[in-house]
Every structure is written in structure tokens, then in C-alpha cells.
Design a protein around this ligand. Structure first.
Ligand code: ADP
Ligand code: MG
Length: 521
């Protein structure tokens, strides 16, 4: 056995050419064919290997390598077949064949299970079809998206139009309401003045007509006050307000206002806390809500006013079990002049001013109402952190009895207003210098011993705030009182940082006198 192997490997064999009897035709046919096959077999693995190396994503890459090895060894057997035509190295040929067999068997075995996976590889035409389907789906989706977008735009437009329409309706209602109320007031004022003009020699009657006219003016003042509260342009006298004390103190007023058919419950937690608000306006707002509650219960019932702490906020609730509001009414209830009550019984300003007061105090107002079940109106106000500043009773200071006369500089660009205010001041014994604009006022200020500067806010050229700032530089200790028609309380505050008082026009002689007495006292 060993001997046989040794003989086999010693290479003592006849070359294959002997078997072919060295016939040149046969020999060369073998040589050329084997050479061609070998070349082809050597080139195929190169193609396979460079393919898998460049396409690492291809599945079964190992299979390609195995296949390359198998074909390479096939090629080698053909080279050896040529060699052995002239030599007898059959041992070497056998080894190479054995290697080929070793490579071919796993290749063949491994190839079969791969068949289903190879079949599953999509062909380019299948891919193209899938691509087309995908493109169609995408186009369809784009179409739907486009439609959706168009619909959204259309809806937004419709909504904007609706908002605009609502706004216009509210503005129309507002202007109509103001015009209506003011016409009535003007009627009352002009009628009475006309009467005075016609019969100036009847002192009794003149006094009564004058009183009527004054009363109408007062009503107008209240009206504009409520409007300004709503628009939050009025400079509310915000100060720390102890809610328990304020609401507790209103009990009598509330009881009288809800009348005999409706009972009242005031429930105030002791620790309810302090808010920053204008106490008079807050009282008025709560009162308005209580009266609404009464109006909602024509057959009687109970109005509950409840104040309680809620985290770092304070909730003041006015609760009734009355007719309630439909969602449409609730949505519009805060609009100025929106009322469902008949002419003469509702102004539509109650809730709107309450809303303004809540906003001015840094909070908000919520309405919770169901038809037939009642209404809860809630003021949610932030608790005031600082309890500094004058306590709320300061508003009820007793009047300064022994007022003294003062040296006053009055600045207003409107000559009629200036003359009227100057007359009011002089009638109280004050000495008055007048100025029609800022520069003139500053000049006067340097010349005379002015103690109090009375300033209009809206003036051409230098406005009141600018005059105040310059005046403050000239005379740091100067007392200042603004007579402001409207708005811009923020600008006034900036200019004087809380060192000036503000009175809102129209001003009555007694308001003005009180303010001056207080400032000079
Ligand atoms: P007014 O009371 O003058 O009508 P408001 O601003 O106070 O004006 O209220 C506006 C409207 O809101 C009322 O006309 C009424 O329709 C509705 N409303 C307000 N409060 C209540 C309430 N407590 N219950 C039912 N409806 C109310
Ligand atoms: Mg009301």
C-alpha cells in the first residue's frame, strides 16, 4: 500500500501522449481545447470576485467566492491535462482533481437551498413595475394632500371672514350703544341748558335745570368710566386689597341690591388673601355680577358670593341658580353693550366692566353657565405678593377740612378747558398761572414759586409726560397732578414713576378740590 503510494508519487509514468500514439491531430486538439477551457475557467472567477467585491450588498457573497474557487480549480485540471500529454505527473493531477472535488461538493450542496432565495430576488422589470405602482400611489397622495391643503385654506378664509364679521358686528353694537346712550345724555344736558338760556331770571328753576344737566354729565362720566375699564385704558388705582375685608364689607350693599325676593349668602374664607386691584372698581364689578344673578332669578332664589384662596390665586365666585345662558349668550356676554335685557333695564356693560377689572388686576373672568341650571361667574385674581403701599381704607380718608390755598401752574392746550379749570381753582381760593404748552409752562416754572403743577396729558409738541419729566429735573419736590382724558396711563407712569396723581376727565370741581387738598395737606 505504502509502496504503491510511493510508486505513484515518484512520477515513473508514461506521458498521456503515448496513449494518443503522438498523433499530432489528436494531441493538438487536446492542447487547444484544454487551453481555451482553462483560460475561460480562469477568467470567470475574476469576474465573480470583482462583482461581489464591488457589490457588498449582494446576498450570498460567500457562495460567489466558493464558486470562484471551484471554477479556478477546474481550470487548473485542464492545465495539468496539457502538461501530462508530455509528462507523467498524474499524482499532481489527482491532487488537483481532489481539490476540485472538495470545492465542488460544498458549492453544489450549498447552492440548492439558496434557490428559493435567488428566485425571490426581484427582476429589473418587477422592480420597475413596483416603482411605477409606488409613483402612482405617491401622485395620488399628493393629490389628496393638495385637496386637503386647499380645503384648509378655504376654511381658514371662512373663519377669518367670520371673525371679521363678528368683530364688525361687535364694533357696530359698541358704537351704536355709545351713540344711543350719549344722545340721551346730550339731550338731557342741552335741553336743560337751553331752558336756562331761555329763562335765566328764574333762579329756582335754573338751579334745578343746572342740577339735571350736572346729573346727566355724571351719568356720562360713569358710562365712559365703565367703557374705559373694559378697554383697560383707565388708570385704575390698583393697590393691595384684602379680599375678605372687601367682600365682607359689601354684604349690606349686596343685600340691598338683590332686593327682597332673592336671598344672599356671603361666604368668605378668612385666609383668602390680598390682591392688587382698584377696590372701588372691584366692588362695582362684584355688585354688577350679583345684580345679574338677581335678574336671572325673577321667581326668587339665592345669590352666593364666595371668596376663597386657590393656590397662589384668589377666586371670587358669584353663583346663582337662575335661567342661565345659552352658549351663544355666554360667548358674547363680555362684549360691551351686549344685553338680552329689554331697553331701559340693561346696559350690557356690567360683565364687560367686570372683565376689565379682572384683567387690570392681572387675572381673568370666567363664566360657567347652563340654561335652566344657573350661572357661576368667577374672578380669578393673582394673590398680591407685596402688602406694601397704602391699605385700601386710604381711599376713604376723611376730607381735609382746613384746606389751604396753593400756587398752581395749570398747563392745558385747550383754552376752553383751561379757562373752566382755572375758574374752578380760583373759586376755591387758589392762585393760578396758566400755560398753553410745555415750553411756556417750563418758563413759568422757573419764574414763580409754583407748588403744584396741573398737567394735561395729550398736548401737541411736548406731551404732559415730557413736561413732567423736565419739571421734575428743575424742581424735584414739585407736586404734580395729571388731568388725563384717556389712555396712556403707562406713559404717565413711566414719566413720573408713581410720584404724580391722575384725575380722569371730565372732572368735577369737587373732585379737583379734594385731590388738591389731599396733595397739599
Ligand atoms: P346687562 O346686565 O346690562 O344685560 P351684562 O354685561 O351685565 O349686561 O350682562 C350681559 C348679558 O349676559 C345679560 O344681558 C344676560 O343675557 C347675560 N347674563 C349675565 N349674567 C347672567 C346671569 N347671572 N345669568 C344669566 N344670564 C346672565
Ligand atoms: Mg348686568
Amino acid at each position: 500500500m505504502l509502496e504503491a503510494a510511493v510508486t505513484f508519487f515518484s512520477g515513473q509514468f508514461q506521458p498521456h501522449g503515448y496513449c494518443l500514439l503522438w498523433q499530432p491531430g489528436l494531441i493538438w486538439t487536446h492542447v487547444v481545447s484544454d487551453a481555451l477551457i482553462a483560460i475561460a475557467y480562469f477568467s470567470i472567477p475574476i469576474v465573480l470576485v470583482s462583482f461581489v467585491r464591488r457589490r457588498p450588498d449582494i446576498e450570498f457573497g460567500k457562495m460567489f467566492w466558493l464558486f470562484a474557487l471551484f471554477i479556478l480549480s477546474c481550470g487548473l485540471t485542464h492545465v495539468l491535462a496539457i502538461w501530462n500529454l508530455w509528462h507523467g505527473d498524474y499524482a499532481l493531477e489527482a491532487v488537483v482533481k481532489a481539490l476540485t472535488a472538495a470545492a465542488s461538493i460544498p458549492t453544489a450542496i450549498l447552492l440548492w437551498p439558496l434557490l428559493p432565495r435567488m428566485l425571490a430576488i426581484p427582476s429589473p422589470s418587477m422592480l420597475q413595475r413596483k416603482n411605477d405602482e409606488l409613483a402612482a400611489a405617491l401622485a395620488e397622495r399628493d393629490d389628496v394632500l393638495g385637496q386637503l391643503r386647499a380645503e384648509v385654506i378655504q376654511r381658514e378664509r371662512a373663519e377669518a371672514a367670520l371673525v371679521q364679521a363678528n368683530k364688525m358686528e361687535a364694533v357696530g353694537q359698541l358704537t351704536g350703544g355709545i351713540a344711543h346712550d350719549f344722545n340721551n345724555l346730550l339731550q338731557a344736558i342741552s335741553g336743560n341748558i337751553e331752558l336756562i338760556g331761555m329763562m335765566p331770571d328764574k333762579p329756582d328753576k335754573v338751579a334745578r335745570w343746572a342740577a339735571n344737566a350736572a346729573q346727566a354729565t355724571e351719568r356720562g362720566t360713569k358710562l365712559t368710566g365703565q367703557l374705559l375699564t373694559f378697554s383697560r385704558q383707565q388708570r385704575l388705582e390698583a393697590r393691595p386689597v384684602n379680599v375678605a375685608r372687601l367682600v365682607g364689607g359689601m354684604e349690606g350693599l349686596l343685600r340691598n341690591s338683590v332686593g327682597p325676593t332673592v336671598s344672599l349668602k356671603v361666604e368668605v374664607a378668612d385666609d383668602v388673601g390680598t390682591v392688587r386691584a382698584d377696590p372701588t372698581q372691584l366692588e362695582l364689578a362684584i355688585l354688577n355680577c350679583a345684580i345679574n344673578g338677581r335678574d336671572a332669578m325673577p321667581m326668587g332664589g339665592t345669590v352666593i358670593v364666595r371668596a376663597e384662596p386657590e393656590g397662589d390665586q384668589v377666586a371670587i365666585r358669584i353663583i346663582d341658580q337662575g335661567v342661565g345662558m345659552t352658549p351663544e349668550v355666554a360667548e358674547r356676554a363680555l362684549e360691551p353693550f351686549f344685553t338680552t335685557k329689554g331697553p331701559g333695564s340693561g346696559t350690557g356693560l356690567g360683565l364687560s366692566m367686570a372683565y376689565g377689572v379682572a384683567r387690570a388686576a392681572g387675572g381673568h373672568l370666567t363664566i360657567d353657565s347652563k340654561v335652566g341650571e344657573g350661572t357661576v361667574v368667577t374672578f380669578v385674581l393673582p394673590r398680591a405678593e407685596d402688602d406694601l403701599g397704602p391699605p385700601e381704607q386710604a381711599a376713604a380718608d376723611p376730607r381735609q377740612e382746613n384746606a389751604r390755598s396753593a400756587e398752581i401752574l395749570l398747563v392745558d392746550d385747550d383754552p376752553a378747558v383751561r379757562a373752566a379749570v382755572a375758574d374752578m381753582l380760583r373759586s376755591r381760593g387758589h392762585r393760578v398761572t396758566e400755560a398753553g404748552d410745555g415750553p411756556q409752562a417750563l418758563l413759568q416754572l422757573e419764574r414763580s414759586a409754583v407748588e403744584l403743577l396741573l398737567l394735561d396729558f395729550a398736548m401737541p409738541g411736548m406731551n404732559g409726560a415730557e413736561v413732567a419729566a423736565r419739571a421734575r429735573e428743575l424742581r424735584p419736590d414739585l407736586r404734580m397732578l395729571f388731568l388725563s382724558g384717556f389712555s396712556d396711563s403707562a406713559a404717565i407712569d413711566r414719566a413720573v414713576d408713581g410720584k404724580a396723581r391722575v384725575l380722569r376727565k371730565p372732572i368735577t370741581a369737587s373732585d379737583l378740590a379734594d385731590a388738591i387738598d389731599e396733595m397739599m395737606g
